[in-house]
Design a protein. Structure first.
Length: 155
């Protein structure tokens, strides 16, 4: 009986020693994560587009800047997927001028992917203006044509 307790105790010592050691996969970050700029505040991906034999998804990126008042800017991207390799690449990017241009006060964005249709990426964008403390709401629809989108202020 004494021998069994010593084996159990030895096993526990080994297990406790291993529990304190992080797995290699926990420490190894993909280069895409470790090289991501600190200004990236939010990324929302989704939807599906198909045009001229190419296909892929949409993505919006919210970048953060400012010192005294935070300002967010919004960028829309069309991501092409290579069906043979499974890789992807950005085929078009643009800033959303209706959001990015002319905001001198703090602009904080909250972007939510809404229900999308085939070839349409639909987003709800909440703009919180930190100085005036009011909120503006927008709906953005991106289409399969790279660079094509509509944005409207909504209630």
């Amino acid at each position: 009986m004494r021998r069994r307790k010593s084996i159990t105790a030895a096993s526990m010592m080994i297990l406790l020693g291993l529990a304190g050691t992080p797995a290699l996969s926990q420490n190894a970050l993909p280069s895409e994560v470790s090289s991501l700029p600190a200004a990236v505040h939010q990324v929302v991906s989704g939807g599906y587009w198909s045009k001229d034999g190419a296909e892929g998804s949409f993505r919006v990126v919210v970048l953060s800047g400012g010192v005294e008042h935070i300002n967010h800017d919004l960028y829309l991207q069309w991501i092409k997927v290579d069906p043979e390799t499974g890789g992807s690449s950005v085929v078009h990017s643009l800033g959303i001028k209706q959001i990015n241009d002319g905001h001198a006060e703090g602009y904080v964005l909250k972007v939510v992917h809404d229900e999308s249709e085939f070839d349409v990426f639909r987003l709800r964008i909440e703009v919180n203006r930190t100085r005036s403390r009011d909120t503006l709401n927008f709906r953005l629809d991106a289409t399969a044509e790279p660079g094509s989108y509509t944005i409207n202020q909504v209630d």
